[in-house]
Design a protein around this ligand. Structure first.
Ligand SMILES: [Mn+2]
Length: 493
């Protein structure tokens, strides 16, 4: 996945689809009352409660680490202030089917709570609740026998206390009265302006619009209240990955490396792009990943020059290059790895020529990675190589972005710091009709690795996945699971 070169409109792309066959009629719970209170109905459409069984059994982030993250946010808040974070909401796919629920990533980072409809309250000053001193309360949705019968139980208050490090919990039924009284005595409220409603809508800036509406609704009810974005409170923390986070990211990365190797072996002329996509996503799930962190990009021939091509419907021909920009998600953490291969298994001379330029650009960008360096310097290092080779016009995106709970991790783009995980992804894309020798037309090449910024340099987390031409050709000569006869028969449209 690629960020625009300016970095100003980075599209944060969430995990997509999946179905929940459940009548919407039973989805209406106390969330609606909350929504009415905020005067904005879209805010709390509490939807089906999905239990993430896997996340519950194998809890990789400790209760202590979650509590420490909340303390760090509280430490950054102004005195006399409080903060509210909302869990994600289900998003409708069509009629009575929703997309598979994905937790809001800031909420997940601060709570570990896996289900929709919960609310996190933080206070700068310590206060007493049920006789206990605390800074944080988690409000979880009340239990509902009907939704439990359909989709299972959501995480309870008791579990939140034992697994997620909360000393104080309640149900969302009590939230309205609680926050009403709190805001009578506090004049500063931090809130997340994205309010967990990032949608896949690329036309309307729904994110901004609803953030404003939330702000307006709360301000109307509590005139004199100062509302501030909570994004900065969390972004700095999310930017530096803990050892536990790095372990999860490495799992997502390893599954993605495996998927690439299997796709190298499986690719052959006559195969459809979606067959490679199927091989790739099978490998993700086989390794216990949640699935793809973003729609898999498998672009062959002319599609290799489209940066975010994701239809994956073309039949691949001998002589095509195939860009595979893919990333598994593991317990919420994303990988993002790109390789470009010749579908026939052997690079043509002009493909080899362009590929080696991108390889050199990769080396140049990598060599620049260390604490204190700016993202623009990384892009410039890659651009210098590609421009010197005469193809600067055909490299038109940023060479790097932060990676973490989000594929384009929204953590700010200041100078690099130790513990950041970033991508390095130079490319050259030459569409048909470009003002170069026509032998280069319809060749797109991108190479993307995931890199940890260390004290004095970097560590390549994707080092197990070859980039050199000889190594790629050797792997492509092997058979892959996508070549199984039964698999191929089913792959024909
Ligand atoms: Mn990327």
């Amino acid at each position: 996945m690629i960020r625009l070169i300016k970095g100003s409109r980075s599209s944060i792309r969430g995990k997509q689809p999946a179905a929940l066959p459940l009548s919407r009629a039973i989805l209406i719970t106390s969330g609606k009352r909350l929504a009415r209170w905020f005067g904005f109905r879209l805010l709390f459409p509490l939807a089906a409660f999905l239990v993430f069984g896997q996340a519950l059994e194998a809890q990789s982030i400790s209760a202590e680490e979650y509590a420490k993250r909340r303390s760090a946010v509280i430490g950054r808040m102004d005195s006399g202030s409080v903060a509210v974070f909302l869990a994600g909401t289900s998003k409708n796919r069509s009629n009575d089917v929703d997309f598979e629920f994905v937790q809001d990533k800031n909420f997940l980072y601060l709570t570990g709570y896996p289900d929709p409809g919960a609310i996190l309250f933080l206070s700068k000053e310590e206060f007493k609740r049920d006789g206990q001193p605390t800074h944080a309360i988690l409000f979880v949705p009340p239990s509902n026998p009907l939704t439990e019968q359909w989709v299972g139980k959501h995480m309870s208050e008791l579990e939140a206390r034992t697994r997620l490090g909360f000393t104080s919990t309640s149900t969302t039924n009590g939230f309205r009265a609680f926050i009403d009284s709190v805001l009578k005595t506090h004049s500063r409220l931090y809130y997340d302006p994205r309010i967990s409603i990032l949608t896949t809508d690329k036309v309307l800036d729904v994110r901004l619009r609803t953030g404003r509406e939330f702000r307006k609704a709360v301000s109307t009810r509590h005139p004199g209240l100062t509302m501030k974005s909570a994004l900065r409170l969390v972004a700095g923390l999310r930017a530096r990955k803990s050892p536990a986070e790095l372990r999860l990211m490495q799992k997502a990365i390893n599954a993605t490396v495996d998927a690439h190797l299997e796709a190298f072996r499986s690719a052959e002329p006559g195969m459809f792009e979606y067959e490679l996509e199927a091989v790739i996503e099978y490998c993700f799930r086989r390794k216990g990943c949640d699935g793809p962190a973003f729609p898999s990009i498998v672009g062959s021939g002319p599609n290799s020059t489209t940066l975010h091509y994701e239809k994956n419907t073309r039949r691949m021909r001998k002589g095509d290059m195939v860009v595979m920009d893919i990333g598994a998600e593991y317990e919420g953490y994303s990988a993002d790895v790109t390789r470009t291969i010749p579908v026939s298994g052997v690079f043509r001379p002009e493909q080899r020529e362009l590929y080696e330029i991108v390889l050199r650009a990769r080396e140049a960008a990598l060599a620049a990675v260390k604490p204190g360096v700016r993202f623009s310097e990384l892009t410039n290092a890659a651009m210098e190589v590609i421009s010197a080779a005469g193809f600067g016009k055909y490299f038109n995106h940023s060479v790097s972005h932060h990676l973490g709970l989000d594929t384009h991790d929204p953590v700010g783009y200041g100078p690099l710091r130790e513990g950041n995980v970033i991508t390095i992804e130079p490319g050259i894309y030459i569409p048909e009709g470009a003002n170069v020798d026509r032998k280069y037309w319809n060749i797109g090449i991108r190479i993307e690795d995931d890199v940890l910024v260390t004290k004095d340099g970097y560590e390549i987390l994707t080092r197990e996945l070859p980039v050199e031409i000889d190594a790629i050709e050797a792997i492509m000569a092997q058979e892959g699971i996508g070549n199984l006869p039964a698999g191929r028969e089913k792959g024909i449209r």
